[in-house]
Ligand binder design. Structure first.
Ligand code: ATP
Length: 783
């Protein structure tokens, strides 16, 4: 139901007043921001505080800017006569005792906007969606909720939809290649998940298009609003399946006024490693197994060696011997510390150096050339004995004094032969070195992974070099835990120092560039010093302590061991057991939201059961929220996808489509040799038809290159590749890349080829078919 122009004019008046209020706040905030930036001097502490305040003002300004579009989008009229306006942020009337003018969508008072239905109106008599374009009200959409019983009975099953008109116009709009927020039309089941409590693990399970990603992002915004104090310090981490997906969702949180959440793929979680290596599915599957944790622990233990009999160490042409027993004892001592490998190493080294020092001292005491020294020493010792206490050490031990022994020990520690022996016995290891050497050595693998079959071990074998894969990242992280890496605070200090240096260099450049004296004759001023001559960037950087202030996101990115206040994982079904170990380490409080669909699992190491994934960490203490309505895929397309879902698991129910498009999916079938040519024609036709929307061509991974070439020849502005540009009119993607995305039109190429993959082929096809919001074209290979 739309209301007339008089009603629009009335709402415009209110909305204009809200924008005036927003402008006033913005002006005040930028004034304060400027003032803080101009503050100078003070103690290092007051400068640090100034930086923190400047950061807060910048955040506030970003929030106010984000509220500009669609500031006010709803109104609730209650049966008792109260009216509330709902929008992107809260605004109050300073002139009227801070009465609320606009209620933040996340506040409890806004909830009826998302929950009230004709069946359960929650006291609301009318919900109004206010449509705006820039600052102008362009339309109103009302739900009248105090209908009598008869009218309330709606047999088409849509009765639970909230704000149906606004919802349908949102879901049928052209796609843009960027995900939009849905704050104006959040549905009741989504609202439940968004506002669920912060503590514990919440799993949001739902079929394709049910708004899981939307829920994940709005939940992040909600939690940062409702628990800002607790979450601001440690931050919120959002994990997405690949960089293309992160790019697709990257605008949603800023549009909701939140800039502090950290968005990452799993491959980005190990600082300093770029995970861009491709890996065979069998290898990915083995690397994701939970047993890999034991394999790596065994690999580390195998590097703590004792010799079969003894290890010879030659120093100055003299051979010393480290016996098996000595080495074994040193190893037990070091392992007994329960410290990680590198941190336990000093204990091992200590014991081995003791043993070697003993041997050297003994040898020197027997050295014939030491005779004279010894006689002298004995004489001195005799004289000393008269003065000594009865329990002083016996004479022989004193021949080469304790100080000498200490010096000998220090000298031994520097001996290359000793260092080589120690490296063999208990090497200093980085995670990268441990994995590289393990994968390169079939024998090491056999010993470390007896629980795997020979084929599985062979899948792990690879030559050194060639970079790291995403599946390696959890292994590197596990290895770092076992080894104890270089102190991460050191890495942070380096980052801070780099930041200070960059800042200081900037100041120096300004000083140099703004020398006020006009030098008519430069020689006249040859000996004149400027501030820039007196101070170099490094000195200035050292004095600029406060510039080292880092945001949570920066600290978290540099620090492998950073723990977050809340972790949200999208497409969570894709993560391997080893990946879960990493995320659980990042979130010891277990305050987590996992969203996904176990029917869409494509990763060979992913899961088909939430219970299985979570049991090792929280037992059965996790909550499940289910989403059942598909807002993306029209009923006609879901009918095709449902058949594939039944093949995955007949017990699974496809989500109910919120609408039908009236467009039946098209099917075309060609012989294999004609596939590329026909695809070119189909892609060109669909690219024409899609208008201002977006087209995706989804191809089987193993045939991607020639098929992409055919599309690019027919639609030259199409995008393809590891960093495909989703904002282009047409894009060619593999299923893996298309995960989580959506397009107005989708061409699925060779569905049988996609489904034929023995590892999760049907799930891949299900994902491919459900990316579409309007038209689906299927191009099959005959035979
Ligand atoms: N309440 C809503 N109002 C308007 N649009 C919505 C709503 N919920 C979801 N949508 C839209 O439906 C589409 C699908 O949502 P989303 O991508 O979050 O689904 P998903 O469950 O993550 O899907 P998939 O599992 O296939 O990745 C998006 O365009 C999203 O904006």
């Amino acid at each position: 139901m739309s209301s007339g122009s008089a009603e629009i004019a009335r709402e415009q008046e209110y909305v204009t007043m809200l924008y005036r209020r927003l402008d006033a706040l913005r002006e005040r905030a930028s004034g304060r921001f400027a003032q803080v930036l101009l503050e100078n001097g003070g103690t290092p502490q007051s400068r640090t505080e100034r930086d923190i305040r400047a950061g807060e003002h910048a955040d506030r300004l970003a929030q106010l800017d984000a509220a500009e579009n669609g500031l006010c989008f709803g109104r609730l009229d209650f049966a008792v006569g109260e009216t509330r306006y709902v929008g992107r942020m809260g605004l109050r009337d300073e002139q009227d005792d801070y009465e609320p003018l606009l209620i933040d969508w996340r506040a409890a008072a806004a909830r009826p906007f998302y929950l009230a239905t004709a069946a359960a109106p929650l006291g609301v008599s009318r919900r109004r969606h206010i449509k705006t374009r820039r600052r102008a009200v362009t339309g109103l959409d009302d739900d009248v909720l105090d209908l009598d019983e008869l009218e309330r009975d709606t047999p088409d099953g849509h009765s639970e939809l909230v704000g149906e008109g606004a919802l349908l116009s949102a879901v049928t709009a052209d796609r843009t290649g960027r995900m939009r927020d849905v704050v104006e039309t959040i549905q009741a089941e989504q609202d439940e998940a968004i506002r669920a409590g912060l503590a514990g693990v919440l799993v949001v399970q739902g079929g394709p298009g049910t708004g899981k990603t939307a829920v994940a992002l709005h939940r992040a915004a909600y939690l940062l609003y409702a628990h800002r104090e607790r979450l601001a310090r440690r931050g919120v981490l959002i994990i997405g399946p690949n960089p293309t997906f992160l790019q697709y969702i990257s605008h949603v949180l800023p549009a909701l006024g939140e800039t502090s959440a950290v968005l990452r793929t799993l491959g980005e979680l190990f600082p300093g490693v770029v995970a861009d290596r491709a890996e065979a599915p069998e290898t990915v599957a083995v690397k994701g197994r939970p047993q890999m944790a034991q394999v790596l622990a065994a690999a580390v233990r195998a590097r703590q060696r004792v010799p079969e009999q003894e290890l010879e160490v030659e120093i100055d042409h003299v051979v010393y011997r480290l016996g098996r027993e000595t080495c074994a004892e040193a190893r037990e001592l070091a392992r007994g510390t329960l410290e990680p490998h590198n941190l336990a190493r000093p204990v091992f080294v200590e014991r081995v150096l003791d043993a070697l020092t003993d041997q050297v001292v003994r040898r020197l005491n027997q050295d014939p050339f030491a005779e004279v020294t010894r006689e002298l020493a004995e004489q001195i010792a005799r004289e000393l004995r008269e003065l000594s206490e009865p329990d002083d050490p016996p004479l022989e031990e004193e021949l080469l004094g304790r100080r000498d022994a200490t010096e000998i020990r220090a000298g031994l520690a520097d001996e290359p032969a000793v260092q080589a022996a120690l490296e063999w016995l208990w090497p200093r290891l980085t995670p990268q070195r441990l994995l590289t050497e393990l994968f390169a050595d079939a024998e090491q693998l056999d010993r470390a992974a007896p629980q795997f079959t020979a084929t599985e071990r062979a899948a792990l074998r690879r030559e050194p070099g060639g970079g790291w894969s995403v599946a390696d990242v959890p292994l590197l992280d596990e290895a770092a835990e076992l080894l104890g890496t270089r102190d991460d605070t050191q890495r942070l200090e380096e980052l801070r120092q780099a930041r200070r240096l960059a800042y200081a260099q900037g100041v120096i450049d300004i000083l140099k560039g703004s020398n006020p004296i006009e030098r008519e004759d430069p020689r006249e001023f040859e000996h004149m010093l400027t501030a820039a001559d007196l101070i170099d960037a490094q000195t200035l950087a050292d004095a600029q302590d406060e510039r080292g202030h880092l945001s949570v996101a920066e600290r978290a990115a540099a620090d492998r061991t950073w723990t977050f206040g809340h972790v949200i994982v999208d497409e969570a079904q894709e993560l391997s057991a080893m990946a879960w170990r990493v995320l659980m380490r990042r979130c010891p409080s277990r305050s987590m939201t996992l969203v996904g669909d176990v029917a869409q699992t494509g990763d060979p190491a992913g899961t088909d059961s939430w219970a299985k994934v979570l049991a090792p960490y929280v037992g059965d203490r996790w909550r499940l929220a289910e989403l059942t309505v598909n807002y993306r895929t029209p009923a006609e397309v879901m009918a095709v996808a449902a058949k594939v879902l039944a093949r995955i698991d007949p017990a699974l129910e496809p989500p109910r489509s919120v609408r039908s498009s009236g467009i039946e999916p098209s099917r075309d079938s060609v012989p294999a040799e004609r596939l590329a040519a026909r695809l070119g024609e189909v892609a060109a036709g669909e690219a024409q038809l899609v208008g201002d929307g977006r087209l995706a061509v989804i191809v089987p991974a193993r045939n991607a290159e020639p098929l992409a070439a055919a599309v690019l020849a027919a639609v030259p502005d199409a995008s393809y590749g590891p960093e495909a540009d989703l904002e282009k009119r047409a894009v060619v993607l593999t299923v893996r890349q298309a995960k989580g995305l959506e397009f107005d039109t989708v061409v699925v190429v060779d569905p049988a080829g996609i489904a034929a993959d023995p590892l999760r082929g049907d799930s891949d096809l299900y994902v491919a078919l459900t990316r579409v919001t309007r038209r689906l074209a299927i191009l099959e290979v005959e035979g």
